[in-house]
Design a protein around this ligand. Structure first.
Ligand code: TMP
Ligand code: ASP
Length: 237
């Protein structure tokens, strides 16, 4: 497998074509971004940590029956994935309140929800990823009703697969964001699952082990990602 031209540069990852037109290489960079690109910094080792973190979680999800784009680790910062036709929608599940839901609904941080809740956001930095509902997705043709249902089902299934995985590692999975795409007639999990796109709290102290450390200038960002990784048994060179 050979790396070909750059297809797309995101805020934290670059995506390259390969000599297989069904496969892409994703490179996890050290670049770290928050608030829709308004705060950025390169954090040494983050690309390596996130690449290994993502590989571990994607493999766990595959084993739990959730189809993912992940194929293999290529080196410390790159992974081979399936080339998906991405749906421009972000699927968020929350187990505990924090972040935007507290601002939107005027609720306290740290409330354990009676049942996990679910939200869609439009992937659009200029508009600051506005919250949308399934009817927006269907009316604007971003995805069909059956695809919306499948993304919802797979996002809840991901939560069910990951909550106990993190719990056994002494970590609360507070919330997370997923992105999906089409591969043939299948809806497949794409993008990434790393501490950049979820909230992870130490079960005992509720210390943050995720990108909120960067958003809130708490320091030790990558060190905290590595603590989460090592508790999950992920070995990172
Ligand atoms: P929020 O509280 O800012 O809405 O974020 C909810 C979760 O989804 C949190 O784990 C961060 C993640 N997320 C992203 O990673 N990128 C995004 O663009 C959005 C809207 C959320
Ligand atoms: N909206 C997310 C955040 O604030 C992702 C991003 O903008 O990079 O972190």
């Amino acid at each position: 497998m050979k790396r070909r031209d750059l297809l797309y540069t995101g805020k934290a990852k670059s995506v390259f074509r390969t000599d297989d037109d069904q496969k892409l290489l994703i490179e996890f960079r050290d670049d770290t971004s928050a608030f829709d690109g308004r705060k950025t910094e390169a954090l040494s080792r983050k690309g390596t940590v996130n690449n290994h973190f993502n590989a571990f979680i994607m493999q766990h999800l595959e084993a739990a029956g959730i189809p993912t784009h992940f194929e293999s680790l290529v080196d410390d910062t790159q992974s081979l994935v399936k080339f998906l036709d991405m749906i421009p929608v972000e699927c968020v599940v929350r187990n505990i309140t924090t972040g935007s839901i507290c601002r939107r609904l005027g609720v306290q941080e740290g409330i354990e929800l009676e049942a996990p809740t679910f939200e869609f956001f439009l992937k659009n930095d200029e508009l600051h990823d506005p919250m949308i509902n399934r009817y927006h997705i269907e009316s604007f043709g971003w995805a069909h009703a059956s695809e919306v249902e499948r993304m919802t089902e797979l996002t809840f299934a991901t939560n069910s697969a990951l909550v106990p995985l993190f719990r056994d590692a002494g970590i609360i999975l507070v919330d997370f964001k997923l992105e999906f795409g089409r591969f043939g007639d299948q809806i497949v999990l794409g993008d990434e699952f790393t501490p950049d796109g979820c909230r992870l709290w130490d079960s005992e102290t509720r210390e943050k082990l995720d990108k909120d450390r960067f958003r809130q200038d708490l320091g030790d960002v990558v060190e905290s990602y590595e603590i989460a990784a090592s508790r999950l048994g992920i070995s990172i060179p």
